[in-house]
Write a protein that binds this ligand. Structure first.
Ligand code: 5RP
Length: 219
């Protein structure tokens, strides 16, 4: 089986976590693409969706799912998204698709974060996947220097402007032993919009697509 087939299995399993009549949060990426396809099969049971990115909005609308404005909601029951890496404490690196800011806002207001992954995303220590940071353009040199001081190797993501008009730094070479401390540290640099470490707001449920089914891990 391919990784895409594992992603698809996890995506379909996430339908079990949707309550009828509710508005759900929807992430971004290839795994979420499969989730949106799955969601279209049951779209009548939900009221609508809050989207984390323009690309997910386009897909949701294409599949006939109503997209609502997050600013009209104080909280959501469930947010369904994937991750680039997830450790055994359910803390994640996200932002490979540059949609980390929208993703973090939705995760923050959601009661439950259901993370759908293939097994390649599971790691002991976060950091092999370069950590994305959305920053405002004038902070590029300053933040790059600060990142080098904490042992990272920052690389400017070429040809990417986020939906908020910012840029992305991908940080290589990190071995993140304490994700909460690292999240706080990077958030403290002026000019950081969002760091793609989801350690303070980690996942609540992880669905891992595997050859013989879907493994469910709960906090
Ligand atoms: C996008 C994300 C995605 O969840 C992450 O990149 C995983 O993507 P995929 O499902 O394509 O492997 O954080 O910003």
């Amino acid at each position: 089986m391919t990784l895409n087939e594992f992603k698809k299995k996890a995506a379909w399993a996430a339908l079990d976590y949707i309550c009828p009549g509710t508005v759900i949060g929807v992430g971004t990426g290839t795994t979420v693409f499969y989730f949106i396809q799955a969601l279209s099969a049951v779209k009548k049971i939900i009221y609508g969706a809050i989207s984390s990115s323009n690309s997910s909005t386009v897909l949701l609308k294409k599949y006939g799912i109503k997209v609502l404005n997050i600013n009209n909601f104080n909280s959501l029951d469930v947010y369904i998204d994937s991750a680039d890496e997830i450790n055994y404490q359910m803390q994640m690196i996200k932002g490979g698709g540059a949609a980390l800011t929208g993703e973090k806002i939705i995760a923050e207001i959601s009661k439950k974060f259901v993370c759908i992954i293939d097994q390649s995303k599971r790691v002991d220590v976060l950091g092999k996947f370069p950590l994305p940071i959305e920053i405002i353009p004038m902070a590029l040199t300053y933040i790059s220097r600060e990142i080098i001081k904490i042992g990272g190797n920052p690389k400017f993501r070429k040809n990417v402007v986020t939906e908020n008009g910012n840029i992305i730094l991908d940080v290589y070479n990190l071995h993140i032993q304490n994700p909460i401390l690292m999240e706080d540290k990077i958030n403290s640099f002026p000019g950081v919009v969002t760091v793609g470490l989801f350690a303070k707001r980690s996942a609540d449920i992880v669905l891992i697509g595997k050859k013989n089914g879907v493994e469910v891990i709960k906090k």
